[in-house]
Design a binder for this molecule. Structure first.
Ligand SMILES: *Cc1c(COP(=O)(O)O)cnc(C)c1O
Length: 365
């Protein structure tokens, strides 16, 4: 068996150790004679699985006691609606910072329900940077940011100061990539399939005072945070198996030294790759220093003619795949290449990619 280095933006690579454990437990989970896939979510065997996953999130992210942790479905994208429906109730108005496709989708969805002010944007330069926002004031129910922009490859190096206004953040593609002060946020969410586990579960961390009994009129039961809080994420059948894998990934993160350990490894990987790009005469990064993601790194070659660039990029992606370096095509709306180097990507994967890029540069430029 040979495993590839998978640079996919999501679903993405998982720690091999975790996959092996899942495989070993597939037919008989801890003497139950069943797979976790087959278990009742209300069984005594399953309960510790979800409780442990929750406890591990609390521990690794240092989640204060006045926050609830939820395991929901519908992906990160369902949060684009749940947030305005549940948080946008006092003024019916929120402030959004637009840093690319994901924040744009979120603000478009919010506009269906509430008034939205886009208080800052990096659209003027194709979202290659994170705008610096001064303290946010106004009659906003919340301020919304996408903390790591998976597609454009930018991330916040500061947490916007929103005073008493709750800050809601999409951390789908950077959760547990480095320590984050949860207490600065009112709500955090992450689809699992980037840095946390398989697709199918979305983690939500929400401050107690934002869990309302009275979301906006007409809000479905399933889109009300309170529903899921009251039943410990078991109002209906949760994505049991995905939660089980997330628990295993969290234990793996703990073994790497927790969020701090991940940070050291991730910055080492990202520095290696950005240094290579910045010093290359063939390749270049597309994002500004000071806004660069440590998880998703888009890059281009020096070929500026669009048609020729398209040909060379396709060649790059297909030759890389032959070397076991897969999923390096940029997002379909962006083009070029992108290397997603999430927690589970070992530094050897980045080194192998750089070695390939060197060879490709010599042969093609
Ligand atoms: C992938 C992604 C999403 C969408 O997640 P789905 O689970 O596919 O709905 C939202 N935000 C960010 C930052 C993402 O990377």
């Amino acid at each position: 068996m040979s495993r590839v280095y998978n640079f996919s933006a999501g679903p993405s690579c998982l720690p091999e150790e975790v996959l092996k454990e899942c495989a070993a437990e597939m037919l008989d989970y801890q003497g139950t004679g069943q797979s976790v896939m087959e278990m009742s979510h209300r069984s005594s065997a399953y309960k510790p699985v979800i409780q442990d996953a929750e406890a591990m999130v609390r521990k690794l992210m240092n989640v204060p006691d006045n926050y609830k942790i939820l395991f929901l479905q519908g992906g990160g994208s369902t949060q684009f609606a749940m947030i305005p429906l549940n948080l946008g109730i006092k003024h019916g108005k929120a402030a959004y910072i637009n840093t690319g496709i994901w924040s744009n989708k979120a603000l478009k969805e919010a506009k269906k329900f509430i008034n939205v002010d886009v208080i800052a944007s990096s659209e003027d330069r194709n979202f290659c940077y994170i705008p610096k926002v001064e303290k946010v004031t106004g009659d906003y129910d919340y301020v919304y940011v996408c903390f790591n922009n998976t597609i454009k490859g930018t991330h916040y190096e500061y947490i916007p100061d929103t005073g008493d206004i709750p800050l809601a953040a999409d951390i789908s593609s950077c959760i547990l990539s480095e320590p984050l002060d949860v207490s600065r946020f009112g709500l955090l969410f992450a689809g699992a399939q980037k840095n946390l586990g398989p697709a199918g579960v979305t983690l939500v961390i929400i401050r107690d005072d934002l869990i309302t009994e009275t979301p906006r009129a007409g809000t479905p039961t399933m889109l009300t945070y309170k529903t899921h809080v009251d039943d410990d994420s078991m109002y209906n059948t949760p994505p049991c198996y995905a939660i089980y894998v997330v628990g295993k990934v969290l234990h793996w993160v703990e073994k790497q030294g927790g969020a701090e350990g991940m940070k050291n490894l991730n910055y080492a990987k990202a520095k290696l790759f950005y240094d290579y790009l910045d010093n290359s005469s063939v390749y270049r990064a597309t994002t500004d220093k000071g806004s660069r993601s440590i998880m998703n790194i888009p890059f281009l070659t020096k070929e500026t003619d669009p048609e020729k660039a398209d040909v060379i990029n396709k060649k790059f992606v297909s030759e890389a795949a032959k070397q076991g370096l897969v999923n390096l095509a940029g997002h379909r709306t962006v083009g070029g290449m992108r290397a997603s180097i999430y927690n589970a990507m070992p530094i050897d994967g980045v080194k192998a990619l750089i070695a390939f890029m060197d060879k490709f540069a010599k042969e093609n430029f």
